[in-house]
Design a protein around this ligand. Structure first.
Ligand code: ZN
Length: 192
């Protein structure tokens, strides 16, 4: 498992609800936390590790020794309130940051890894992280939510990501779209 980078097609894939939690899925979640910590992030969505599942993980401390490890399965974000702007980055667009405006508070309902229901109104950094990760599951990236002037500022950096991606495609390091979607379909058959 590894974190895929923009513009990998799985980042634009709409994730499917999970209806089965097994040992293998639990191991994948563990691996997602470990990759997230290694990359110095505070959240990671399944699409970012090339999985088509409605699942993301968060630890606001960014450290395995601190904070709380949160797992959200089949999340539904609702009741947005207020608005707040803050700088965001993404482990799939490493090194690129921009100001993003989002609702200050939202309600999240989901399931954790034990199948227990989560029903919570959140604000602050947790609300931002949840909205950023829930976006991923819909195939939406934070760069889709930034101003035109911010977009122009990061244009050059995104082009470099595209060049890297095309190079990795030409060496076969990244599969072609058909092979990627076939693999995603196989995983869906097992978990969705
Ligand atoms: Zn992200």
């Amino acid at each position: 498992m590894k974190i895929v980078q923009y513009p990998h097609p799985t980042l634009r894939y709409k994730s499917k609800p999970i209806n089965r939690i097994d040992r293998e899925l639990k191991n994948m979640v563990r691996e997602m936390f470990d990759l997230m910590y290694a990359a110095k992030g505070i959240g990671l969505a399944a699409n970012q590790v090339d999985l088509p599942l409605q699942l993301f993980v968060i630890n606001l401390s960014g450290s395995p020794e601190e904070g709380e490890e949160l797992v959200f399965i089949n999340p539904v974000v609702s009741s947005p309130k207020g608005s707040d702007e803050a700088e965001e980055g993404c482990l799939s667009i490493v090194g690129v940051n921009a100001q993003v405006s989002r609702p200050e508070s939202v309600h999240i309902s989901a399931y954790d890894l034990s199948g227990r229901e989560i029903n919570q109104t959140v604000n602050g950094l947790l609300a931002k992280a949840i909205q950023h990760e829930a976006d991923h599951l819909e195939g939406v990236l934070f760069i889709d939510r930034i101003s035109e002037s911010s977009k122009r500022q990061i244009e050059g950096e995104l082009e470099e990501f595209e060049i890297d991606f095309n190079n990795q495609r030409s060496t076969g390091e990244i599969l072609d779209d058909a092979a990627i979607f076939k693999r995603l379909a196989e995983i869906e058959t097992k978990y969705c």
